[in-house]
Design a protein around this ligand. Structure first.
Ligand code: ATP
Length: 590
């Protein structure tokens, strides 16, 4: 099918702001592609600005300079003109559309662009490496533009630069797929369950279009495909935890390192996936080697947390130390300086069998049977089965004493709920001495220009929570504290690549930022308390009419949550429950 059809749908999607309308447009696009499942698969990736599932690490995003060069090359418009138009238009998509419309040279033959050609060429651009890669990228992109209609050029250019920004993320695609092929949006849950154990939007799209419900039954846990991690709710006391997940819970130390899902293949190959499902095997060859050796000849998927340890004492070190390991070069040296221990707390797959539906208690028994008794790099999580408040509190104190963040309390009867933040896992963390007991992870969506001492940089950032139900980011505070001077000065440069001309369609804000930013970067923030707010859109109208919720006196903790994507940020729902918990606390104290 022609790519023009897709581009036209994208234009319509871009012009609507209503989410339901967006879903309906996307559904129609998918239905048009029903008879060519290969195209549907490709469009599913493209719509969220990707080419392959995240875990394969195929990254688009060619630099601005290269993109402008290619636009000039394909249209015959001088580079200087392209540059000055770009300054005026501010958007590479609109620029490409303008340039194609005003081509100075007309190609001899123009070939209509098909979805498969566009996809194939984009993949070629993404995968080009080595000496001639720049050349390949420019030529391939220019080649696409030579054959493109103006509206096609708009979207191809944006996709190539990794800036499609239709305001559509995975969950909206699943909504549209459910409407198109399962009869109703209410059936997204079914798709979501499959997506949680097999997070490949293209494959899900294809299977559901080709085989409907029957096909979905075939999507199973597979070695090499990361499962979306199960997440925890939070509570503030042992009492509440036992009420929720009790009467008996498995309490585990909550280590402060990096989450790792470790896949061991029978031939000894090991793949390590991060919380965001990126393949992070490269920076951790020692971890991979240890698991490969110890589990030789077996197949397994483990869920675990890896921490940095003091090479002399074996003591666990804070999270920041481990981050020295996340590098591309000098891995050998970093491995020596920052050795690690991996604390395994779950087994999700073993020798051909998925275990996600097996109760935790049984999974734990299996885990215990296969983990080494004494090993420097691989250890079992420290845990205790507790039934009363006092033992849980005591275990918590021990955990903190040992240098961990607190405890994770888990319901022994629970199955592994991939991608779900439910009440089967509850975290209890060290208190931070303010009413807001723990920090939150917020997405940067805009910035305000600094004044006085801060002139030339940003004075504050506009921060948002994520709402997975509507796939929207909602503002919750303006944050200007907690940055070091250097950090502050480097903010504009550091956030440059996310600058956009207008508010991102997925951001809900009543405030007008000076600079809008694509929701991409997550920062850890601590505040004093959560208050009602007339300007922030988080929980708008939920607690009180014409009011939202805001974080009072927000400060940056210094932690860039590079391990989190915007969709992993604290949710609106969590802020609402923190607000409610705070009210109860005030009542209890008075
Ligand atoms: P979340 O992952 O819940 O969104 P987060 O990344 O901010 O939030 P926390 O809320 O502090 O982290 O806690 C959850 C994380 O704790 C897990 O993702 C995992 O990396 C880590 N963790 C450490 N020890 C354990 C354990 N025993 N069981 C499960 N997770 C653990």
């Amino acid at each position: 099918m022609r790519f023009l059809k897709v581009a036209e749908y994208y234009r319509k999607i871009e012009e609507t702001s209503g989410r339901l309308e967006m879903i309906s447009l996307l559904k129609n696009l998918f239905l048009e592609l029903k008879d060519s499942p290969e195209d549907l698969e490709k469009v599913a990736y493209l719509t969220i600005g990707k080419l392959r599932p995240d875990y394969e690490g195929v990254e688009l995003g060619i630099g601005e300079k290269l993109a402008l060069k290619a636009i000039s090359l394909s249209t015959g418009i001088k580079e200087s003109r392209i540059n000055s138009e770009y300054k005026k238009l501010g958007d590479v998509g609109i620029l490409a559309e303008w340039a194609v419309k005003n081509r100075a040279i007309t190609p001899f033959v123009m070939e209509e662009l098909t979805i498969s050609r566009v996809y194939r060429d984009l993949l070629r651009i993404a995968k080009a490496s080595g000496q001639s890669s720049q050349d390949v990228k420019i030529r391939t992109f220019a080649g696409l533009l030579s054959d493109a209609e103006p509206i096609e050029a708009r979207y191809i250019a944006r996709i190539v630069m990794g800036k499609l920004r239709l305001g559509i993320q995975d969950m909206t695609v699943l909504d549209a797929l459910a409407e198109a092929f399962l009869g109703s949006r209410s059936r997204r849950l079914l798709l979501e369950q499959k997506y949680n154990i097999y997070p490949d939007i293209g494959r899900i799209a294809r299977v559901v279009a080709e085989e409907g419900d029957a096909g979905l039954g075939k999507i199973e846990v597979r070695l090499g495909v990361p499962i979306r991690p199960m997440l925890a709710q939070r509570l503030k006391s042992a009492k509440e935890i036992l009420e929720k997940a009790g009467p008996r819970v498995i309490a585990e130390y909550k280590y402060d390192g990096e989450r790792m899902q470790i896949h061991i293949h029978r031939d000894g190959m090991v793949e390590i996936f991060s919380r965001r499902l990126e393949n992070i095997t490269n920076p951790y060859p020692d971890v991979a080697e240890a698991f490969s050796r110890y589990f030789s000849g077996r197949e397994a998927i483990f869920d675990s947390e890896t921490v940095a340890v003091n090479p002399n004492t074996g003591e666990i070190l804070p999270f920041q130390e481990l981050m020295h390991r996340r590098r591309k070069y000098g891995i050998e040296k970093a491995m020596e300086e920052y050795p690690t221990t991996t604390y395994v707390f779950d087994v999700l797959y073993l020798d051909g069998r998925s275990l996600i539906d097996v109760p935790l208690e049984e999974r734990r028994k299996m885990l215990e049977k296969i983990l080494p008794r004494k090993h420097d790099l691989i250890k079992e999580v420290t845990y205790r089965i507790v039934e009363d408040e006092e033992s849980l509190e005591q275990f918590f104190e021990e955990a903190v004493e040992y240098g961990t963040e607190g405890v994770m309390a888990k319901d022994p009867r629970s199955i592994y709920q991939a991608g779900i933040r439910g009440w089967s896992w509850i975290k209890l963390k060290r208190s931070y001495m303010s009413k807001m007991v723990e920090p939150v992870d917020l997405v940067v969506v805009g910035a305000f220009a600094g004044k006085g001492k801060r002139a030339g940089t940003y004075g504050a950032l506009l921060m948002a929570v994520y709402d997975p139900k509507t796939d929207r980011y909602k503002t919750v505070c303006k944050m200007g504290s907690g940055f070091t001077d250097e950090e502050l000065a480097s903010l504009p440069e550091r956030l440059k690549e996310y600058r956009i001309q207008f508010r991102d369609p997925s951001v809900e804000s009543k405030l007008e930022a000076d600079v809008w930013l694509e929701p991409a970067i997550v920062l850890e923030v601590i505040g004093d308390e959560i208050t009602l707010s007339p300007v922030h859109t988080c929980a708008w109208g939920v607690v009180r009419r014409n009011s939202g919720l805001a974080i009072r006196f927000p400060r940056f903790t210094g932690r860039w949550r590079d391990d989190k994507g915007p969709e992993d940020a604290t949710t609106e729902e969590e802020i609402i429950s923190m607000y409610k918990a705070q009210l109860t606390k005030v009542v209890e104290e008075s």
